[in-house]
Design a binder for this molecule. Structure first.
Ligand code: HEC
Length: 129
């Protein structure tokens, strides 16, 4: 009885373990998409705020810091990239840090802060996407 239970338990653990391993394998490739989608969400929220002329300083700060945090996963999302790609990623980080430090309090400041970020997204996409 006890050993039958252990076998069932072992099987269950095996199945769960396999599912995790398979998820890890599958998520390797699309993680780059996830990182980009996250950035796109936060950058999109910022430009939508400018368009709607509703720029809340606290929200802007939150989206900018999420945008910056997401970039910390670039190395994992894009393994084995060349130096020019890394340079673009560094440029994006610098522009995002600068925007965070500027702490845009109104739409005019926010528009000015996100412009160089958008330009960097575009310049990397032109070369690598
Ligand atoms: C260092 C280069 C680089 C920078 C900078 C960059 N991207 Fe990307 N982006 C890529 C690459 C490469 C792809 C294609 C990814 C793939 O197919 O796995 C991509 C794809 C995307 C996609 C499509 C995602 C998908 O599911 O296919 C979106 C949206 C996106 N980027 C948004 C952004 C935004 C917003 C920024 C700026 C905040 C940005 N990217 C900055 C390299 C970059």
């Amino acid at each position: 009885m006890r050993s039958a239970l252990l076998i069932v338990l072992g099987l269950a653990i095996g199945i769960v373990g396999t599912v995790f391993a398979m998820n890890a394998l599958h998520s390797r490739e699309p993680y780059s998409h996830t990182v980009m989608t996250m950035m796109s969400h936060h950058a999109g929220a910022l430009s939508a705020a400018v368009k709607a002329q509703k720029c809340d300083a606290v929200q802007s700060q939150r989206h900018l810091s999420r945008l910056l945090e997401t970039q910390a996963d670039f190395d994992e999302a894009f393994p084995g990239v060349d130096q020019p790609f890394k340079d673009e990623a560094t440029k994006l980080r610098e522009k995002t840090q600068a925007a965070l430090q500027a702490a845009p309090a109104d739409c005019k400041a926010l528009a000015a802060a996100i412009k160089p970020i958008g330009e960097t997204c575009q310049s990397c996409h032109q070369q690598y996407r």
